[in-house]
Design a protein around this ligand. Structure first.
Ligand code: BES
Ligand code: ZN
Ligand code: ZN
Length: 503
């Protein structure tokens, strides 16, 4: 898909569909639109005065122009109240436009850039292009009938029209970062949506390698033997039931050069299938556990975006990949594992495997020089019970670092909500015979899981994101489809960006 900024009179824009966003409490046409409407004999003014279209958020009305202007169709699109317009409104509006264009088999879509908004032009451009690219996403690679394959978006060109030529470069900058972010989120969605017989640790490594080559990320991979040398007993325990070999990917984006004091470490949980292991999960919904590598996907997506946008920060990623399977060689409840940093863990439930993998990954990220950390994981069903699917759970040991991330999430339509970390929760994961146990009971399950990971963090700012409820959806928003959402790619990217801007 190709996008371009134009500065045309609306009636001169050649497109299959021209999108006009209108506010519920401000349906007045701008002088340039009145000019266009005159050419159409006042069709739009008529519709508005008859209240056939009210401008409610998400409302659409398609009009045939009958050749009186260059565009073949007009799409009136409700933006809701003017004062409540956010980036999320624009992201949704752009996705809605893409979907209408898809239904009408349009090749060229033109979007009028809204004039009065309470955000930077860069933010406008970014939100719109994110919406366009996220809204075009589909996962149809395994559909073999033509009918479903025809659902693929037909849009080839998106024109963003703005009468004003001033600050066009700000808009262009936003569109470019929106494109990078949209594509990175879609890549993360693909990784999650692939079936677990395809997306195993080796396939994930192959895709990461291809991406690293294209984006200039530095990449290394630890194999089983390397993990043994590093005494990563926790991930080795989890992988022991699977015939598919594990992997740990290390990626580096050195955007700030050697002098920078900070290295941000992003750590992702990559269980390519979580059966629960010997503590086997019930059958219903087990297929969704192919998505138990969504944290890994988010970290890879964010790294791709940071590299492509040449963000001036040093960022290190550690992605732990394996399968959690029951078998004669699987780890058992009762086993004691020793992590890379020497801490011992009593396994009381093999389904609490994510925290084990993350323990070694977090230790390794620090060993490699990370000075502040964010881990991302589909960690607990308890987080889904606590927050549902509308917010990602956050646990942190540093208020400032946490707030940076929460603000970044809010700015990009990915709400993240803090959970408390009082000392009592940490008591719940003390073992009688080892340093830690891997479950802390049903109470506060999302928090005890996070604090398990915290005990592998050595006095550094750290944030844990539990995306169990937000990474996979059955009730998609307009810019999503069922399955992987690619959540946290945008939040991670913007957190890194905000962090370097603060300093
Ligand atoms: N991968 C699951 C958590 C999960 C649940 C992700 C729902 C996505 C949707 C994790 O490994 C797990 O099984 N956690 C257990 C922990 C329990 C045994 C302490 C859980 O949440 O039930
Ligand atoms: Zn599990
Ligand atoms: Zn899991």
């Amino acid at each position: 898909m190709f996008s371009q900024i134009i500065h045309e009179k609306p009636e001169n824009i050649s497109a299959d569909i021209l999108v006009l966003g209108l506010h519920e409490n401000d349906l007045e046409l701008t002088p340039e639109l009145q000019e266009m409407d005159k050419k159409m004999n006042g069709l739009i003014a008529g519709i508005l005065s008859e209240a056939f279209f009210k401008g409610k958020e998400g409302e659409t009305e398609i009009l045939l122009t009958g050749g009186q202007i260059n565009a073949k169709r007009l799409l009136l699109l409700g933006l809701g109240k003017q004062e409540s317009l956010t980036g999320e409104t624009l992201r949704k509006a752009a996705a809605t436009s893409m979907q209408s264009a898809g239904k009408l088999k349009a090749a060229t879509l033109a979007v009028m850039i809204p004039g009065k908004v309470q955000m930077t032009l860069e933010e406008v451009g970014r939100s719109l292009n994110e919406g366009v690219i996220l809204g075009a996403y589909q996962f149809l690679g395994y559909k073999t009938d033509d009918e479903t394959r025809e659902k693929q978006s037909t849009v080839q060109t998106v024109l963003f029209n703005r009468a004003e030529t001033m600050s066009a470069d700000e808009l262009a900058k936003g569109l470019e970062s929106g494109r990078i972010l949209g594509e990175s989120v879609n890549m993360a969605r693909d990784l999650v949506n692939e079936p677990p017989n395809v997306m195993d640790p080796q396939e994930f490594v192959r895709r990461a390698r291809e991406l690293a080559q294209h984006t200039g990320l530095e990449m290394k991979v630890l194999e089983r033997e390397d993990m043994e040398k590093m005494k990563m007993g926790c991930i080795l325990g989890v992988t022991s039931g699977s015939v598919r070999p594990p992997a740990m990917i290390v990626l580096r984006h050195n955007g700030a050069g050697d002098e920078a004091e900070d290295t941000i470490g992003l750590v992702g949980k990559g269980i390519t299938f979580d059966s629960g292991g010997i503590s086997l999960k019930p059958g219903e919904g087990m297929d969704e556990m192919k998505g138990d590598m969504a944290g890994a996907a988010a970290v890879l997506g964010a790294m791709a975006a940071l590299a492509r946008a040449k963000v001036q920060a040093n960022v290190l990623a550690v992605i732990g990949l394996c399968e959690n399977m029951p078998s004669g060689t699987a780890y058992r409840p009762g086993d004691i594992l020793t992590s890379m940093n020497g801490k011992t863990v009593e396994v009381l439930n093999t389904d609490a495997e994510g925290r084990l993998v993350l323990a070694d990954c977090v230790a390794y990220a620090q060993h490699l020089g990370a000075t502040r950390l964010i881990d991302v994981a589909t960690l607990t069903g308890a987080c889904v019970i606590a927050l549902g699917s509308h917010a990602t759970g956050v646990v942190s040991n540093d208020d400032g670092w946490q707030q940076t991330l929460i603000d970044a999430g809010n700015a990009t339509g990915e709400p993240c909500w803090p959970l408390p970390a009082f000392d009592g929760y940490a008591e719940q994961i003390k073992s009688d015979i080892a340093d830690l146990k891997n479950i802390g009971g049903r109470e506060g399950g999302a928090i005890t899981a996070a604090l398990f990971i915290r005990s592998f963090v050595e006095d550094k700012p750290w944030i844990h994101l539990d995306i169990a409820g937000t990474s996979y959806t059955k009730k998609p928003k307009v810019y999503q489809v069922k399955g992987g959402t690619g959540v946290a790619v945008r939040t991670l990217y913007r957190t890194v960006q905000a962090w370097i801007e603060k300093k």
